[in-house]
Design a protein around this ligand. Structure first.
Ligand SMILES: Cc1ncc(COP(=O)(O)O)c(C=O)c1O
Length: 376
């Protein structure tokens, strides 16, 4: 069976984890965590990056730092993972869902302004499949209305928008290093802080409400509890695992892009004949091949496609059940405007196997099995 995902493995992870164990420093913020933080800061020209225990907790931190008051509203797409929404709920916000654009399945930037009320505080830009949202428009709306922007770049590590790395454009960026992502540490993530004014508050929030980070830098001679906080530091073992992959970041990215390009070439004729739809990569966006998906005619055809692929040894998956129609979405939010594409297009979308080192033989099999379905 060809799996839908295989977690990336660089080969050096065991050695780096051994070094972490031998250093006798296995809790958070040791040498490997610092190396990972700095790698992102240097490579992405990011003001500050802090590894976290997951993409979800990076989002939690971002929302808590936005200082949401009870009753405040957060604008987000409904076509996203639950974490995008649950972080806003945790911070006390009401959710206002906006439709997506069918070409990228990202939030439709032209629908955001109509959803703004005097309670709106944050816009979440979730970069679906590692393809950027229309950030110039989103940042312009945010500036004009005095709103914060959180980029959910869980899927967008290494992707860019007009030359800027995703996660470094809004007020905060959030990455995921879950095993399904392009770079993994099992469970893990990172918060990108793009405004220096939030550095200290973020460190305190991440370190159980204490100013321990300042203490460790020798800036104060004892540390104490200073504010609300939680524990968002990953263990050094996880950071060491991630470090092995960051050293190969370009190799992993190039390898995924090559598989993506191969799929694209194979499926383009079907798209040209109107049989399927392929994703669009807008001008100025460089993606990271996080995902290769196709859109079929309708739910019925997608169900038949997934069954055909599985019967022939290829696992394909779909997502998401739109959040506004999920039980928690009904409880915590409302949909603003018309749901023109969110539900209809999520019903038609299917993801093909995509991972680092997907073999030629396996991608050939995925392609030929899929083409068989359409030729029948
Ligand atoms: C868009 C999006 N946001 C947030 C997350 C949450 O990341 P994590 O699983 O690392 O908590 C994920 C992935 O799982 C995701 O795809």
């Amino acid at each position: 069976m060809i799996n839908f995902n295989v977690p990336p493995f660089a080969g050096t992870e065991f050695e780096y984890m051994k070094q972490a164990v031998e250093s006798r420093k296995i809790c958070g913020d040791g040498a490997f965590t610092k190396k990972c933080n700095k790698w992102f800061e240097d490579r992405f020209s990011a003001q500050k990056v802090l590894l976290t225990t997951s993409g979800t907790t990076a989002l939690d931190m971002a929302m808590l730092l936005c200082d949401i008051k009870p009753g405040d509203e957060v604008i987000l797409p409904s076509f996203t993972f639950s974490s995008t929404a649950t972080s806003a709920v945790l911070a006390g916000a009401k959710l206002v869902f906006v439709d997506v654009r069918p070409d990228t399945m990202n939030i439709d930037e032209t629908k955001i302004e109509a959803a703004i009320t005097d309670k709106t505080r944050v816009i979440v830009a979730m970069h679906y499949a590692g393809v950027a949202c229309e950030m110039d428009t989103i940042m312009d709306i945010a500036h004009r209305h005095g709103l914060m922007v959180v980029e959910d770049a869980a899927q967008g590590v290494m992707s860019t928008y007009k030359g800027k790395y995703l996660g470094t454009i809004g007020d905060f960026g959030c990455y995921s290093f879950h095993e399904t992502k392009n770079y993994s540490m099992g469970e893990g993530g990172a918060l990108v802080i793009n405004n220096e004014a939030y550095n200290e508050k973020a460190e305190i929030l991440r370190e159980k409400g204490t100013n321990r980070s300042k203490f460790l830098r020798g800036q104060i001679d004892k540390y104490t509890w200073v504010d609300f906080g939680d524990s968002y530091l990953p263990s050094e073992l996880n950071a060491a695992y991630l470090w092995g992959q960051l050293e190969l970041a370009d190799k992993i990215n190039d390898n995924r892009l090559a598989s993506w390009a191969k799929y694209r070439k194979a499926f383009e004729p079907l798209a040209e004949s109107g049989r399927i739809e392929l994703q669009t990569i807008p001008e100025g966006c460089k993606h990271n091949a996080h995902m290769f998906y196709i859109k079929l005619k309708d739910l019925e055809e997608r169900t038949a496609f997934i069954s055909h692929m599985k019967e022939n040894g290829v696992l394909c998956v779909f997502h998401y059940v739109p959040l506004h129609s999920a039980p928690a979405g009904l409880k915590f939010g409302r949909f603003d405007g018309e749901d023109r594409y969110t539900t209809a297009d999520s019903d038609r979308l299917v993801r093909l196997p995509m991972y680092y080192e997907l073999s030629e033989e396996d991608s050939d099999k995925v392609i030929s099995t899929a083409l068989d379905f359409f030729n029948k």
